[in-house]
Design a protein around this ligand. Sequence first.
Ligand code: KIV
Ligand code: ZN
Length: 508
Amino acid sequence: MYSKYSSDKIRIFDTTLRDGEQTPGVSITPKQKVEIAVRLDELGIDAIEAGFPMVSQGEMEAIRLISKQGLKAEICGLARAIKTDIDAVMKCDLNYIHTFIATSDIHMRYKLRMNPEQVLEKAVWAVDYAKKHGLQVEFSAEDATRSDRQFMNRVFQAVTEAGADRLDIPDTVGYATPQYIGELVNDVKTATNLPISMHCHDDFGLAVANTISGINAGASCAHVTINGLGERAGNTSLEEFVMALQCLYNRNHNIKTELLYDISKFISNTMGIVVQPNKAIIGENAFGHESGIHTHGVISNSLTYEPISPELVGRKRWFQAGKHAGAHGIRNMLLDFGIEPTDEQLHEIVEKQKNLADKGKSITTAELLSIAGEVMHNNKFEEKFKLYDFHIVTGMNIIPTAVVRLNTDGKDFIASEIGVGPVDAALKAIQKIAGEITSIKIREYSLDSITGGSDALAEVSVKVADKDGNIVSARKAGEDVVVASVQAMIDAINKIMLKKIIYSKNKS
Ligand code: KIV
Ligand code: ZN
């Protein structure tokens, strides 16, 4: 029945659309759910948990739409061990159900208000009912890791006899240790021969380690979410799990790892949950290097400070100017723009940017190039676009409007635009000017709050592309999101312009 998976391939069951959507504050439309399912399928996910049909009409509609997409992945719906839930899964035209009931004392007593025998009976009834309706059944003993081991195994044995196809061990509150997970999987293997899945939560930051431990003990499937989204601290992060599996344990899977970064960004934008910069694999800083010692090492051999090559997960390495930066890193950053200072000039550039950084300033690439221009007495490295001023009119019942004045090559340009909000209006106005001159387009825009409160410090990231395929990004932090957005946009445009100008001048 499961011949599609060679025995040594770990099956990836993605629950971004179910447990991931249970992330506090996240709610997405049926159309967005379908888009996500299509992207997950392209990524190579083996099974997609499309949702929990009982929660709403919209959820049902989304799952039904997903089931009609003709995706390669198996599509599954979640159901409690009750008739209405199981019927709802069938109404979504699914033939794969994930049904669950809690087996821990605390859940049985305070949530289900059932005794263990009643729980056992319900579990068997649910599996039997779903099987009689022709469904593939994955059964979860919710809160397995806090359950009495003997009782949990009795339940797993009984549902196996009732015809379950797969068993799942959920660490519902992320309470297990890797060692305990290994013991549980061994227990379950002695109780039944069915394929075992691991479903771990990250309350103690152990979700990936626990899932790996389950796999090493003999589980063949991992429940994961993109960006580790999920209830509370989230679930096992797909990107971390898959890369650890591949690089550290030499195990196989069907995931196209080079798509990991793109899908992570897509989910973050669609669900509105920002990824922390220092998150493994997908965080902005995961392949960034600042310190002189590290950049020197990476430039001579990337293996010195990069355990994973960035291209493997669809990313690029980058260097940051700043007080820790050394000559090798700065030379490399300048070389990226075709700028080759002498050793003496390089030393002066490094010192100048360190002095700035010591004053607490984070150095943008455009600023670094401008320092290089000053030291090398070459004004072609100067910022091409200079912001003179801008003003915004916004409020209730008026259309936000921005007027921006820029200067480039000694000429003034003024543009005004309307937008859905002040940032949108301002960026459109800048893009109008830049578009006339350089055909630059905004690819991505994101806004994160760094501190809390109404005077919070916000960080804006902008990615822009030109028609030659150059892509650059820029970040700016500030208390005023509109000002930070405008500055980040100007910085990105300057970077892309400098790339163009310097390269074309060097060629000619
Ligand atoms: O964490 C959990 O226990 C779950 C169940 C529905 C399997 O998500
Ligand atoms: Zn869960």
